[in-house]
Design a protein around this ligand. Structure first.
Ligand code: 5AD
Ligand code: SF4
Length: 469
């Protein structure tokens, strides 16, 4: 998954003065955003409320990401800052707890407490349901490291989602349906930090989706490191795939928009493609990472498909849903990548045409097979390739957005805009759409005509909702 979603701000209501307060800082992907909310809920059942301000926090929880280099270093420098803050606190007679969660916690374990003794507890992603016990041990002065892969189902043990908390979080929500990965791409740490692929059961997912809808959520994004590999036993005992699950969720009153991320090309089965054809609620946007366009590199990455197989898959998806926009992830400078290999990636991008994309320089991750490969690509070459790749992708993104000018599109209104008189919504293709506040209220899905674009947003200057479809 991507570092697409940074820290969720503005979603935290002010904390009552007499309660303990936790400040959660989230790094990395959407799954971490979801996990942070579930951890905050678990701590809520334990007497903590979330605060958006570090200054009045009794506990700081860093929910960390380990996907690329520097992620762990960022955490250590944040811990350095927190040590100073804690020293000041202690000097004035108060204190705070400091915890590290997420994928760095899983990967580094006790090493975190060795390097940063200011940390009171370390908790891996598979054990969040044990957070209240971990915190109470830490409060008694123990240093706690909880990074085992739990055998019990953490989602089953986490407290149910609280409708009031959910209301405060807005009209769009994430819902993790699958975790972990069995694909073992040779560049990726996920199979090691998040463990083997596990799917949540249908009944649990449907119950959580209903709760989200009851609390006013209108758009749900199903999350998983390999979300389209999700499979689960249905109430009648048969095995469902993601397409069937989406059909079920589309029936829930109030859930008007569905998305899922992030997918592996190998797991796009017929039924899922058909769901894109059949379900109006399934938004016409698909994040389908390919990583590279050269068959040689795809093989070295252990992606288990070729460039042409990916092209043919995209053709089938587009045949099912012609207005679908594609987004992807790309890595430049994987070990052994030659100029010719890189040109293959550029050609694939030109062939597909992406509405949005995320691209990275390869960064060797300790413990992954890629890190041991001999012919690592020089940094300078990676920089040049990344620059060219991002120029092409940036142009494709701008073309896609400019192509919407003059069109009437549906927008889910999400929050007040930065300027007075504005309200900001989300297009079917995930771009923010800045609208006149007269078009409707938060939670409405309205049709607006796009009049212009800015770097990353669509703009609809019209004062009235457009009625032409
Ligand atoms: N180096 C660079 N990019 C990586 N990604 C995952 N691991 C690495 C790595 N070692 C990228 C992939 C993935 C996205 C979430 O992060 O493109 O799809
Ligand atoms: Fe990592 Fe590959 Fe699994 Fe995605 S499919 S999480 S890139 S190993």
């Amino acid at each position: 998954m991507n570092e697409r979603v940074k820290i969720m701000d503005g979603a935290v209501s002010p904390a009552p003065a007499n309660m303990r307060k936790v400040f959660v800082k989230t790094y990395g992907c959407q799954m971490n955003v979801y996990d942070s909310q579930r951890m905050a809920d678990a701590l809520g059942a334990d007497g903590y409320v979330e605060t958006a301000s570090l200054d009045d926090a009794d506990m700081v929880l860093l929910n960390t990401c380990h996907i690329r280099e520097k992620a762990a270093e960022k955490v250590y420098s944040e811990l350095g800052r927190l040590r100073k803050l804690r020293d000041e606190r202690q000097a004035s007679g108060s204190d705070m707890l400091i915890g590290v969660a997420g994928c760095v916690a899983q990967a580094e374990g006790e090493e975190i407490i060795r390097r940063a003794p200011v940390v009171d507890f370390v908790i891996g992603p598979q054990t969040y349901h044990r957070l209240p016990q971990v915190v109470s041990r830490a409060r008694r002065g123990d240093k706690v490291v909880e990074t085992d892969y739990a055998i019990e189902d953490k989602f089953d043990k986490l407290p149910e989602r609280d409708v009031r908390q959910l209301r405060a979080r807005g009209v769009t929500a994430f819902l993790t349906v699958q975790e972990g990965c069995d694909k073992f791409c040779t560049f990726c740490v996920v199979p090691y930090t998040r463990g083997a692929e596990v799917s949540r059961p249908v009944t649990q997912i449907v119950a959580e989706a209903r709760k989200l809808a009851e609390s006013g959520v209108r758009e749900v994004t199903l999350l998983g490191q390999n979300v389209n590999a999700w499979h689960g036993e249905s109430p009648d005992g048969s095995e469902w795939g993601l397409g069937r699950l989406l059909r079920e969720l589309a029936e829930i009153d109030g859930l008007d928009r569905l998305r899922y991320t992030t997918s592996h090309p190998r797991d796009m089965d017929e039924d899922l493609i058909a769901a894109h054809r059949d379900l109006g609620a399934l938004m016409p946007y698909l994040h389908l990472p390919v990583q590279a366009g050269s068959d040689r590199i795809l093989k070295a990455m252990n992606r288990k498909h070729t460039g042409d197989e990916y092209r043919r898959l995209v053709d089938r998806i587009r045949a099912a849903r012609p207005d679908i926009a594609l987004s992807g992830d790309f890595i430049v400078g994987f070990p052994g990548e030659t100029d010719v290999d890189f040109e293959d990636t550029m050609r694939l991008i030109a062939d597909i045409g992406y509405a949005q994309a995320f691209s990275f320089k390869y960064s060797p991750r300790p413990g992954t097979p890629g890190a041991d490969l001999k012919d690592q690509v020089p940094e300078q070459v990676k920089n040049e390739r990344l620059y060219r790749l991002q120029s092409l992708l940036g142009k494709q993104q701008a073309d896609f957005m400019n192509g919407l000018i003059g069109k009437t599109i549906s927008v889910l209104l999400e929050k007040p805009g930065r300027e007075p008189g504005q309200i900001v919504g989300r297009s079917p293709w995930l771009q923010p759409a800045v609208c006149d506040e007269n078009v409707g209220k938060i939670g409405d899905i309205v049709s607006v005509r796009i009049t212009r674009t800015s770097a990353n947003s669509l703009i609809a200057d019209n004062r009235k909702v457009d009625t032409e479809a």
